[in-house]
Each structure stands twice: as C-alpha cells, then as structure tokens.
Design a protein around this ligand. Structure first.
Ligand code: EPZ
Length: 424
C-alpha cells in the first residue's frame, strides 16, 4: 500500500489552484441519468471517487467519455441497460446511492443497495427514503436493497426534513425535477453544492428555485435536456490548503477559490491570528503566517453556513500547535474524531469526551508513522506532518486519493517536502 513521506518544518510559499468539488461532482454526475441527451461536466476533479461513480454509471448503460486526467467528462444516458446498483458499488462509495432517485424518476423503477454505515458514523438514508415515499414512490427494503417503483411517475409533494441532510436534499431535488407537479423541500440543506446542482439541473430545463436557502421549490417538468456545466470549486480542498499554510507558516494564495462558501473558516482563521486576504471577485484567498503564534479558539461544526464538518479534522491539526486550549465540537457525525489518537502520535495533546475534543496546544509536533480511516482525517495528518519536526509517514493514502487531486504536486509546488512511497 502506498504511503506519503513528509519531512516537516518547511514553510509553504506559492500558489495552489483549487480543483472542482468532489461532493458537487458526484451529484452532478448522477443528474445525467435524468436525460437522454449528453451532460458535459467541466472542471471535473480526477479522483478515485469520481472515477468510481463513472464506472457505476457505465454499468447502468451510460456512455462515459472521460479520458484519463481530463477535466471534461461527457455522460450520455440515452438508453439505460440496467436500473440496479449492486451492493459492491454502493458499499464502496455512499454517494452512489444517489442514482436511485434519478432512475426512479425517469424509468419508474430502480433497485439500489443500501449503503450501510461507514467509519465516521451510522449514516442512515431514512430521510432520502422518506422524501421519495412522500413523492409517491412505493419502496421495499429487501435483503439490503431498496426496491423502488413509481409506475405512474413521481408526484410533487411537500417534504419537511426533520433535520438538515445534504444528501437527502440533493436526492429529493434530483427526483423531483421529473415529478408531476410542485415539490417543496422545507428545512433543506443550504450547502453551496446544492445551489451548484440546481444550476446544472436548471440549465437542463428543470425549474428549481430557492436552492441554497432552507426552502427549495421544484416545479416538475416532462423531460430534461442535455447541458454543459462547470463543477464549482472545492471549498473543502481550498479550506484544507488554507489550514496547511496556516499550520506550516508561509505565504500561499489559493487560486479559483470559492470565497463566499468559506466564510466560517475564513472567520475562524482570522480569529486564530492568521492573516487572510480573501478577494471574492478575483476568487483568491491569500494566507500568510510568518512567525506569529496561532491563538486557540473553539469551534462547533454545523450545517452550512456554519463551520463544516469536513474541515474539522484539519482544524484540529491546526489547533494542536496553537497557544492555549481549543474545544472542538462535532455536531454532524457521531464518530468523527478518529484522527485524534493519530495526531497524538505526533505529540498533540487531545482528549476526546463524547462530542467534544479538547485540544491543548503544544509548541512542536514531531514526525511519526500514522494512518487514518477516512479522507479528511488523513489530510489532517498531512497538515500536522507539514508542521512537525522530522519525518511523518502517512499510511493508507488511498483515502486521500478519493478526494484530493494531485495533493503532493500542489504542496511540493509550494516548497513542501512530500514524496509518495510505493508500497507492496
Ligand atoms: C455529505 O454527506 C458529504 N458527502 C459529506 O462529506 C459531508 O460530511 C456531509 O454532507 C455533511 O456536510 C457528499 O456530499 C458525498 P448528511 P451526506 O446527509 O449527504 C444523518 C467527505 O468527507 N442522516 O448531511 O451523507 C447523517 O448520518 C464527506 O467528503 C440521517 O440520519 O451527509 C449525519 O449524521 C464525508 N438520515 C447527518 O444526518 C439520512 O437519511 C448529516 O448527513 C441522512 C443523513
């Protein structure tokens, strides 16, 4: 298994281009199932997860044209040869579950494996199913599969989510585009990726308003057409590199950054004493820290526009070298502190108590072999390794390949010392 060898202690200086957003791309790709015409996505991130979903789509009969390394992907679902997404494909990547609603809306039936739990929590899909049922789908859960039917099509409905779910909001939105009548989603998630999906669907002929607010209205249409859409920039990738620069020190400019989507992080970094210059019209964020100490602050993860759970692990790495004590509260997932014991291997002083991690900053981390069980946890170890003295070996980096495009290249371009070591 490959690993990353990081020799820490080098400041980061330079520019980093921000790639297309993984979590937007995955839902945009599922949108191709709603139309018989080609959907072309540009600014596509080349990641294990997006490649994996393209294989699942191909197994359903979608013609995928996406040369290796290319940022443009053409998906043509003129004919579907299957409406079944098997266990192996959905188990490996939860976002695959989102093919259910589009296939159901278009074909009137679909069978998709339940995704199961994962390292960061149980992650049920009950809200996804409630939304589809609310639109008139007949659902049966048998042998780990959801068998869905809507012989006369889906019907517009009012769906009130009991709590905010990004995936359920997106899934309901996808399905409702082809429903008969108006669907209203209340207590919808407001993550920027939802507005990106709505923009793409609207350019395919959907009638969606309010995406990005807590109430989304979808007026169902008879059919959707093809379109071309640029995937929004990845706010989590951008936020991760912002924290890498803050932790290692130096002067880094993120190019093509979704500034408006990163308000909570920018505010937190400023409160820590990091110099942040964010320019929305130029889509750049400049992060500078040269010699000044980091101040410990408390954060609470929340649905957007609050502090994102997908940046919590990286923030913990940063707080582990801040002056003072930081209390980090994880409100979205029940088991998202697995990076804490690994950060402790590098010398961090962290105690986890239920939903809270109490981080007592130390003056210096020291390199060690570490590994993590999910994507964001892995990259928090990279950040810590960049700031640590000596050598850190990050194992199981296939997690990183799921969500960070050209990570070593982007960081070494700013002076980091990172090499990929081939495993057996
Ligand atoms: C999306 O997951 C992202 N994944 C996650 O990013 C992100 O952490 C999460 O949103 C929150 O921002 C993708 O977009 C592919 P949720 P999602 O539904 O949609 C519970 C990463 O590292 N819940 O908003 O699955 C759920 O268990 C990943 O890139 C139910 O109980 O998140 C969680 O506690 C990790 N029932 C909470 O709601 C449901 O039916 C929020 O989950 C759905 C969710």
């Amino acid at each position: 298994m490959d690993s990353l060898k990081i020799t820490g202690g080098h400041k980061l200086n330079g520019t980093i281009p921000v790639s297309g957003a993984k979590n937007s791309a995955l839902k945009l790709m599922a949108a191709c199932l709603l139309t018989r015409e080609p959907l072309t996505l540009t600014n596509m991130p080349n990641l294990a997860d997006t490649r994996f979903l393209s294989q699942l789509l191909a197994s359903l009969g979608v013609e995928v044209y996406w040369p290796k390394g290319d940022s443009e992907c053409r998906l043509n679902a003129a004919e579907l040869t299957s409406t079944i997404a098997p266990y192996d494909q959905v188990r490996k990547m939860r976002a695959s579950f989102n093919v259910l609603g589009p296939m159901l809306a278009r074909e009137g039936h679909a069978t998709v494996s339940l995704p199961g739990g994962c390292a960061i929590g149980a992650r049920p899909v009950d809200l996804h199913l409630q939304a589809l049922e609310g639109m008139g789908a007949d659902l049966k859960v048998e042998a780990g599969y959801v068998k869905a039917a809507a012989i006369h099509g889906l019907k517009g409905a009012k769906i009130v989510f009991p709590f905010v779910s990004v995936g359920a909001t997106e899934h309901a939105m996808l399905a409702a585009t082809l429903a008969n009548g108006e669907t209203v989603l209340e207590n919808a998630a407001r993550e920027p990726e939802i507005a990106d999906l709505a923009d793409c669907l609207n350019s395919m002929g959907a009638r969606i308003s309010g995406a990005g607010t807590a109430t989304v209205r979808i007026e169902g249409v008879e059919s959707l057409s093809g379109a071309q859409h640029a995937v929004m920039p990845d706010r989590i990738e951008a936020g991760t590199y912002a924290m890498a620069a803050a932790a290692a020190g130096g002067d880094v400019t993120l190019n093509g950054a979704p500034v408006a989507a990163l308000g909570a992080l920018i505010d937190a970094l400023k409160r820590c004493g990091v110099d942040v210059d964010a320019d929305e019209s130029a889509a750049t964020i400049r992060i500078q820290r040269n010699g000044s100490a980091l101040k410990a602050i408390n954060i609470d993860t929340q649905p957007h526009p609050g502090f994102p759970t997908d940046l919590q692990a990286q923030f913990m790495a940063l707080m582990s070298i801040a002056d003072g004590t930081s209390v980090i509260r994880e409100n979205i997932f029940e088991n998202r502190f697995m990076h804490a014991p690994e950060l402790s291997r590098l010398g961090a002083n962290i105690q986890v108590r239920g939903k809270e991690a109490i981080v007592q900053g130390v003056s210096q981390l020291r390199g060690a072999p570490v590994m993590a069980t999910d994507l964001r946890a892995s990259v928090s170890l990279v950040i810590a390794g960049l700031a640590a003295e000596g050598e850190t070996q990050v194992n199981r980096i296939y997690h990183l390949d799921r969500g960070f495009e050209r990570l070593e290249e982007k960081l070494t371009g700013c002076g980091a010392n990172i090499v990929r070591v081939d495993g057996d």
